[in-house]
Structures are given as structure tokens and as C-alpha cells.
Design a protein around this ligand. Structure first.
Ligand SMILES: Nc1ncnc2c1ncn2[C@@H]1O[C@H](COP(=O)(O)OP(=O)(O)OP(=O)(O)O)[C@@H](O)[C@H]1O
Length: 276
């Protein structure tokens, strides 16, 4: 399955495929009279794993917020399964995970994991919520830590709870903004591997913002490189390494070749306003 990404307006395909869960067309964002994103087209097929990578400040988070309905584009439109993002979010189709887990310090892991679900569905009883929270903690490998409060959890464990909290809503799409950015290299690797396994088990569609070339290649089916000033998609790379993947994939010669290729793409993306 290929993801179509169009790099410039003149390049736009005549139609978006039916299996695209996310379809963003002609997205431009102006904030405080600054052009942050310019004419971004992005299609993400259902069940795919896509990463966005690019220099700091190029607009990756802004693009993710546009997909989530948190930022309204100045131009262009986004559809999530045919719905505007705000509507999709209202129907609990979007799960969000940020760099900071933002857990409630006075609640234990299981109550944090079910917190958003409890807000979204008032009909659920406390025991329903606990059961769902526990199920999600088990999915993220934290089944034994349900009773622990955030201050008793490591950074990686807190992020696992944040992922459990997003998954508890059973969203179609998981939008993740540098979720492992604050973790040490080894924890980050194992979190990436866990995320892959969760993705394979749940079939969610994932869009991940990352600064890590290795992480993008290890996890994704497809990587989009954003350039800076203004933020736009400059290149896209298919990652044809077969799934399931584990960390040994990083020693595969094809992985190493892709790292070099993506690094070269990223280098050019640092040139403001450079050719797409
Ligand atoms: N609410 C806002 N007000 C003013 N400027 C903003 C706002 N939101 C984003 N920007 C600007 O938009 C640009 C893109 O920001 P964004 O956070 O999307 O980039 P990013 O690629 O995610 O950066 P990083 O990799 O450092 O997290 C930056 O120049 C930022 O200062």
C-alpha cells in the first residue's frame, strides 16, 4: 500500500484513494502574519504508520495539530474518514500523545489510563472504566503497575500510561508528537518497539512526529520530510523493510542505506525555502 504525498500544487493527484483514512489537501497555516505551513498535501492510508521529520521549527507540531483539529488551517482542508477533524475528535476517532505524558499526579495509572474515556462517556461505571484502563495498561506492558501514581513511574512508564489513555478511547488514528523525545536512547528504542507491537495488534493508523532518523525508519511504512520557512513537505520516503520489525532491523544493510538517504534529505530540508 503506498501513501501519496504531493509536494507542490502542480503535482496534485486527480483523486485521493478510497483507503486513505487521513487526507489533507492544500494546507497552509499563517500565525501572527507568518507563513508556518505552505500548501501541504498528505494522505495516510488506513492502518498505516507514517512519520513526519524535519528541522526544529519547520511546523511538524502545527501540522499534527491541524490533523487533530486543534489548529484551523488558513487554507485547505483535512478529512479524517470523511469528517472534519473537530467532528472526528468529537466521535473519539483521534487519540493524542505528546512529549509530556501530562498525567494527573493524584490518580494512579489505571485511573489515568481511563480518564479521557470517563470524560467522553459518562455512562460508563467506575468499574467499567477501571476494567478498560487495566486492559489498556496490559496492552502497553504496564499491567502490574495499575496502582502506581505518576511519581512512582519512570518517564518511559508515564509515556506508556499516556499511550494507554489515548488507546482507551479506541481511536482510529493515533497522532503522536515526539512521544519518546525526553527518554534515554535505550528506553526510547524499547518504547518504539512496543509501539510497533501495539500498532500491529490494534491496526491503528499512526502519525508520529519525530526528530530521530532511526526511529522514523524502524517504525514507519512511510516518512515525510518537512522543510523550513515555510514548512512544507520536501521529500517522502517509502520504508520497504518487511514487518514485523524488531530492533535487529537497525543492523540490516537496507536500514543503513535508508538512514543515509533520509539524513541527506534532512540536510537539504534545513535550507530555508529550498526547492521541493
Ligand atoms: N501559537 C503560535 N504563535 C506564534 N507562533 C507559533 C505558534 N505556533 C507555532 N508557531 C511557530 O510556528 C513554527 C512551527 O512551530 P512547530 O512547533 O509546529 O514546529 P516543529 O517543527 O514542531 O518544531 P520542534 O521540532 O522544535 O518541536 C515556529 O516558528 C513556531 O514559533
Amino acid at each position: 500500500m503506498r501513501i501519496e504525498t504531493i509536494r507542490a500544487a502542480g503535482d496534485r493527484p486527480a483523486h485521493i484513494r478510497h483507503d486513505d483514512l487521513i487526507s489533507a489537501k492544500g494546507i497552509s497555516v499563517v500565525i501572527a502574519r507568518q507563513l508556518i505551513l505552505q500548501n501541504i498535501d498528505l494522505s495516510v492510508p488506513k492502518g498505516s504508520f507514517v512519520s513526519l521529520i524535519g528541522p526544529s521549527g519547520c511546523g511538524k507540531s502545527t501540522l499534527l495539530k491541524v490533523l487533530a483539529g486543534l489548529v484551523q488551517p488558513t487554507q485547505g482542508s483535512v478529512s479524517i474518514a470523511g469528517l472534519a477533524p473537530v467532528e472526528a475528535a468529537r466521535k473519539r476517532m483521534i487519540g493524542l500523545v505528546f512529549q509530556d505524558a501530562n498525567l494527573l499526579p493524584w490518580k494512579n495509572a489505571v485511573d489515568n489510563a481511563s480518564m479521557l474515556l470517563g470524560i467522553a462517556d459518562k455512562s460508563l461505571s467506575r468499574s467499567d472504566l477501571r476494567a478498560r484502563g487495566q486492559e489498556m495498561l496490559e496492552l502497553v506492558g504496564l499491567g502490574d503497575s495499575a496502582h502506581k501514581r505518576p511519581n512512582e513511574l519512570s518517564g518511559g512508564m508515564r509515556q506508556r500510561v499516556a499511550i494507554a489513555r489515548a488507546l482507551a478511547l479506541d481511536p482510529a488514528v493515533l497522532l503522536m508528537d515526539e512521544p519518546f523525545g525526553a527518554l534515554d536512547a535505550i528506553t526510547r528504542d524499547s518504547m518504539g518497539q512496543s509501539l510497533l507491537e501495539i500498532w500491529q495488534r490494534t491496526g491503528k493508523t499512526i502519525v508520529l512526529v519525530t526528530h530521530s532518523i532511526d526511529e522514523a525508519i524502524h517504525l514507519s511504512r512511510h516518512v515525510h520530510v518537512l522543510g523550513i520557512k515555510p514548512g512544507r513537505i520536501t521529500e517522502s520516503l517509502d520504508i520497504a523493510l518487511p514487518y514485523p520489525r524488531d530492533l535487529s532491523v537497525t543492523e540490516d544493510p537496507e536500514f543503513v542505506r535508508l538512514v543515509v538517504q533520509l539524513r541527506t534529505m534532512l540536510r537539504s530540508s534545513h535550507q530555508p525555502g529550498g526547492a521541493s
